[in-house]
Design a protein around this ligand. Structure first.
Ligand code: KIV
Length: 273
């Protein structure tokens, strides 16, 4: 049984996330990539579901988010949308689908919205992708921005360490955050930056910020589902809280099934026709 206290069954929209910030109610966001898990995540009362390009890591086993394609993101988002009644569904635009050519970026964002039924897209980066974000926004597509550690730029950063520790990088992040709000993004993900900087950015913006490894002052939090459920067992950064040990639960359950099959204990009399 769910321990969540959300009684409000109304569909979450970008406007409702804005209202949550205004009344100081924290936003709970989690990733999902398939129908079955999205159904459970939605049932548990999460406000927004991110169909993250982290699917490249946790679903496909790649070491970075770079290989996942637009078609694959649309497949994941379509499956998630089918399972969701209440949460806002946001789909990541994958690497290569919005950098460089803003007309292509718009065409790709339209494909995500039309084919998957997702209600918003997420885009990594600030000034360098401004033109693409503006063009997408001009078509009435809500955009969630993403600053700090932006995993699609891992080859530029070289590591997944905390970002914006230097004054220069923090100043650029604050400038980008204001610009992204100014042009019309409805929310901003802040990934792996110092908690004090995340607090300053959150207080300076009227749109909600959603943190991951960015401390408690952001307007909401997001985690990758496989990480917080203990399915992705090899990943344990400081910011991650494990809410379950499903990896071991699954291995034990499947181990029991294997033993039962080998011992001709499954199926028994009542499990056959
Ligand atoms: O792809 C993803 O899961 C993300 C979150 C970590 C914010 O972008």
């Amino acid at each position: 049984m769910s321990t969540n206290t959300t009684d409000d069954k109304r569909k979450v929209t970008t406007i409702r996330l804005q209202q949550m910030k205004e009344r100081g109610e924290k936003i709970a966001m989690l990733t999902a990539y398939d129908y079955s898990m999205a159904t459970l995540v939605d049932q548990a009362g999460v406000d927004a579901i991110l169909v993250g390009d982290s699917a490249s890591n946790v679903m496909a086993g790649n070491t970075t988010t770079l290989p996942i394609t637009l078609d694959q993101m649309i497949y994941h988002a379509t499956s998630v949308v089918r399972g969701v009644k209440r949460a806002l569904v946001v789909c990541d635009m994958p690497f290569g689908s919005y950098q460089g050519n803003s007309k292509e970026a718009l065409a790709n964002a339209i494909r995500i919205m039309k084919e998957s039924g997702a209600e918003a897209v997420k885009i990594e980066g600030g000034a360098e992708v401004r033109e693409s974000i503006e063009r997408i926004l001009s078509a009435g597509i809500p955009v969630m921005a993403h600053l700090g550690l932006t995993p699609q730029s891992i080859n530029k950063f070289g590591t997944y360490n905390v970002r914006a520790k230097s004054e220069a990088e923090a100043a650029k992040l604050k400038e980008d955050a204001l610009m992204l709000q100014e042009i019309g993004c409805f929310a901003l993900v802040l990934e792996k930056i110092p908690a004090d900087l995340a607090r300053e950015v959150t207080e300076s913006l009227s749109i909600p910020t959603i943190g991951i490894g960015a401390g408690s002052a952001t307007d909401g939090q997001v985690l990758v589902m496989q990480d917080m459920l203990g399915i992705n067992q090899g990943f344990s950064p400081r910011f991650l809280r494990r809410y379950a040990d499903l990896g071991n639960v699954i291995v034990d359950a499947i181990g029991n099934y294997v033993s039962d099959v080998k011992a001709v204990d499954f199926p028994n009399e009542s499990e056959q026709y």
